[in-house]
Structure formats: C-alpha cells, structure tokens
Design a protein around this ligand. Structure first.
Ligand SMILES: CC(C)(COP(=O)(O)OP(=O)(O)OC[C@H]1O[C@@H](n2cnc3c(N)ncnc32)[C@H](O)[C@@H]1OP(=O)(O)O)[C@@H](O)C(=O)NCCC(=O)NCCS
Length: 452
C-alpha cells in the first residue's frame, strides 16, 4: 500500500491514493513515487495563493517594536562595489562559476554511459564520487589561494558550487532509481501498475539531454525530476513585479548593512577585545535588529522574489519555496518550512535513505543537521579564509534547542522562542566571525582596520 499527495483544483489537499500492488515487487511503487516530488502550486505570499494565517508575524512585531523603540531606525547612503570586486578588470568568482559547467557535463556524460550499459554501476559511482568531491574542493582551493577574490565574491562562487553539488547528487539518485525501476519492470512484465501521476512526457533515458540537464541546473529546485510540473505561460506582470522587488530589496539589504550594521560592528571591536561583557551584550542587542531585518528582507528577496522570477521565466510550476515558518511553534517546524528546496532535498536524498537503511530517527536527524552544519561552515569559513566553528555549532545547537522548545514551550511561547532564537542567535555568530576576522586579517593592517 502506498500513500501519496495529490493536487485538487482550488487548493491542495492531502488525498490518500491506495494502490493495490500485490503483484509487484515491494520496491517498485516506492521507487515510482519518490521520482515525483514537485506539484503545480503558487508560493504562499503570492496574491494568487489563498493563504492568510500571519499570526506568528504579530509575535514578531512585539519582539521587534521593543528593540526599535530603544534604538530607532538609521538610514544612510550606500558603498557597495568593493564588497564584490577588488579589481574591476578581474572577475575571479564569475570565472569560477563558468568553469562549473565542466562538472555538469561530466555528470551528464556519466549518466549516458550508465544508460547505455557501457560502464558498470560501480564505475559510475566512482566517477560521481570523484566529480562531487572536486566540485567541493576545487572552488575551495581557488578561493583560499587567490588573493584577488573578495569574501563576498568567494561566498557567491561557493554558494553556486554547493547548489550544483546538491543538484548533481539528486540527478545521480533519480537516474539510478529510473534504472532500478526499469529493471523491476523487466522482472515483472505482467505488471499493469500505472497512475496518472506516473504517465510521464519524458521517460528514461530520454531525459539524458543537454537541454533537460540545463533546465534542471537553472530551475529553482534541488531535487531532480524527469517531468517537472510546468505553468502554462509566462505572466509578464508577475515577472516584472518580481524583478522590481529584487532590485528594491537588494538595495535595502545593502543600505542596512553599510549604514546600520557596519557602525555597530565597528563599535563592538573594542568591547570584544577587552572582553567587556556588559558592553558586548549591549552591542549584540544593537546588532540583533539590523541583522534580523536583513535576514527577513533576504528571505523575501531570495525565496519569494528571485525564485519566483526564475520559476516564471522557466515556467517552473512548483512554487512552494517556503511555508508558513513565521507561525512555527517548534524549531522542528521551522526547519521543515523555511527553506523548502533544501528540506526537500534533505528528506529525499539523505534522511529517508538513512531511515530505509535502518538508522534510527534521532541518528538520521543528527546526520542531516551535521551535513547542513558542514555546508554552513564551508560557506562562511572558506570565503573568510579562517576556520572557526561558529556556524557549524549554531546549526548543531538546533537539535538540543528543538528538544527544549518541544518539551517545555507551547503555542505562542514556542513561537516567541523560535523568533528569539533567530533574532539573538544569528548576531552572536556574526559578531564572533567579525571579531575573529578583525583579529586574523585586520589588526596588522591599519587600512583595513580603519575601513572596518
Ligand atoms: C532532519 C529533517 C530532514 C527532518 O525532517 P522532519 O520533517 O522533521 O522529519 P520527520 O521525521 O517528521 O519525517 C519526514 C518524512 O519521513 C518519513 N519518515 C519518518 N520516519 C520514517 C521511517 N522510520 N521510515 C520511513 N519514513 C519515515 C515521514 O513519514 C515523513 O514523510 P513525508 O515527508 O512523506 O510526510 C529536517 O529537520 C531538515 O530538513 N533539517 C535540515 C534543514 C536544513 O539544514 N536547512 C538548511 C536551511 S539553510
């Protein structure tokens, strides 16, 4: 028996679809269902969605108003370009991104050879391990060794490679599942198992084309599927609104960084060096407000405006990039709902495979958070060229925190605890990194120290 979710006309309701699969191998329906993980739907904050529950936002307002009343809002002009480029004629991060095409082509070529049967599964796996390892190591070495790359440029390039790593991993898994399904089908030729959801436009190995690969590379998802749900047409009004939001919100983020965060960070260096705890706490609370604002604006900019923009351009139908994380009453709910592409990938390619292999739930959850913590640290430590474990520990701390909130707090208290962990937790990590960066790179260089 298999359970699946199916879309209904007006909204989306979970419908249990029961398949009688007695005549099939037990593995067959499971493989078929995990091949499909997207559905046609609008993003929650879109006017077309019928979502209206913003109760969690009220709690956020209370927490933020207390801080804003004390410190006020400061707005000043922007200085940006040097963050991204040291030399306007040298674009190392962009070059790194262009080189990433090599890894995409290696994955496609490997899949074609696997489909033809000219290499064995073992050899294919070895090539993938090599390719995926290089995807992580190559940009790391370049960012560490190339002085012309800025921390922001480095973080951007590593972000692109990390996304590529996750996408190609998914590509590998799904194509393998397809081969397994074909073999399972061959073993039970009398099988009549089919559902409307499985009648694909493209079937394996017809998907192994450059066009299909690059559609997946640019699509706003980390989980590969042979036939993504597609919207009917590109809505120009929708596209232009998202484009306007993208430009407007990115300028907001930059102005808050330069005119609000940088002065607070600058004034935090002395108390941090002198370990003056009372002033450190005061600076931390002052940093919490702009940091949190940036995080919120970034959320909307990235998960709503930018992803919907790309999705609209590509007519990618599944717009569930986030869910109502603002109403989270538990930390677990927050991680399930704030970054759906990563959560979906973690579930499909890491968490569930571990569970299926017999690992316990706690062990599997810890493994996912460890994996995520590794990437958080990778994306921060490498561009800053210093190895600290603040981001890693911040991610790993989510497990005990999740247990504590679930055990002792309920309803609005749980929701306020989630908001507080976001508002206070992140600036602690930011201050730690900035302090360490200052001590490692700037103390001996008066020009950088002055700029900071
Ligand atoms: C670890 C993590 C994947 C756990 O997710 P979760 O939703 O809390 O996990 P659950 O135990 O509730 O189970 C999820 C799924 O596994 C299934 N499952 C649970 N136990 C199972 C078992 N023993 N065997 C098979 N399936 C099982 C559930 O039925 C559920 O399936 P569904 O998605 O089809 O409904 C999630 O917390 C996560 O994504 N964490 C990392 C997030 C992250 O790092 N994000 C980065 C953002 S920057």
């Amino acid at each position: 028996m298999v359970t699946a979710k199916r879309e209904t006309g007006a909204g989306f309701a979970s419908v249990r679809v029961w398949h009688s699969a007695r005549h099939l191998t037990p593995f067959y329906p499971i493989i078929s269902l995990i091949l499909l993980c997207h559905k046609l739907q609008e993003s929650m904050l879109s006017s077309a969605s019928s979502f209206k529950n913003y109760r969690g936002i009220l709690n956020w307002c209370v927490v933020m108003l207390v801080s804003l009343k004390q410190y006020g809002i400061l707005v000043d002009p922007i200085q940006v370009v040097s963050l991204f480029l040291k030399d306007p004629y040298s674009w190392p991060a962009a070059c790194l991104v262009i080189v990433s095409n090599v890894f995409i082509l290696v994955a496609l070529y490997t899949e074609r050879r696997l489909a033809m049967g000219s290499i064995s599964e073992k050899v294919g796996l070895l090539i993938y391990i090599f390719n995926l390892t290089i995807i992580l190591c190559f940009p790391m070495v370049v960012v560490l060794k190339l002085p012309s790359i800025t921390p922001v440029g480095g973080a951007f390039a590593l972000g692109v490679y990390t996304i590529l790593f996750l996408k190609l991993y998914s590509y590998k898994d799904v194509n393998r599942w397809c081969r397994e399904r074909t073999q399972a089908k061959a073993r039970s030729p009398s099988s009549s198992f089919a559902s409307s959801a499985m009648q694909s436009h493209v079937s394996y190995p017809g998907n192994l084309s450059l066009r299909d690969m690059y559609y997946f590379v640019f699509a706003p998802t980390l989980c590969y599927e042979l036939n993504f749900p597609r919207s009917e047409s590109i809505r120009m009004g929708f596209l232009l609104r998202r484009l306007f939001e993208m430009t407007y919100f990115i300028s907001n983020v930059l102005s808050v960084v330069f005119q609000w965060m940088v002065p607070v960070i600058r004034s935090s260096m002395k108390p941090l060096q002198e370990m003056d705890y009372s002033r450190m706490t005061e600076r931390l609370l002052r940093l919490a407000v702009p940091n949190h604002l940036i995080w919120l604006i970034f959320f909307y900019w990235f998960f709503h405006s930018s992803m919907n923009f790309v999705a609209e351009l590509l007519r990618f139908g599944d717009r569930e990039f986030y869910h109502d994380w603002w109403n989270s009453e538990t930390i677990t709910y927050f991680w399930q709902n704030w970054n759906i592409p990563v959560h979906k990938w973690c579930l499909r390619h890491f968490y569930k495979p571990l569970l299926r292999r017999g690992a316990g739930k706690l062990l599997s959850q810890s493994a996912v958070f460890f994996f995520s913590a590794f990437f958080h640290e990778y994306l921060v430590s490498v561009p800053l060229r210093m190895f600290r474990l603040w981001a890693f520990m911040g991610m790993m701390a989510q497990l005990p925190l999740a247990w504590f909130v679930a055990r002792f707090l309920r309803g609005n208290y749980g929701n306020a605890a989630v908001w507080l962990s976001l508002i206070i937790g992140q600036p602690i990590a930011v201050l730690m990194y900035v302090h360490d960066y200052y001590v490692t790179h700037c103390e001996d260089d008066p020009t950088i120290a002055e700029a900071l």
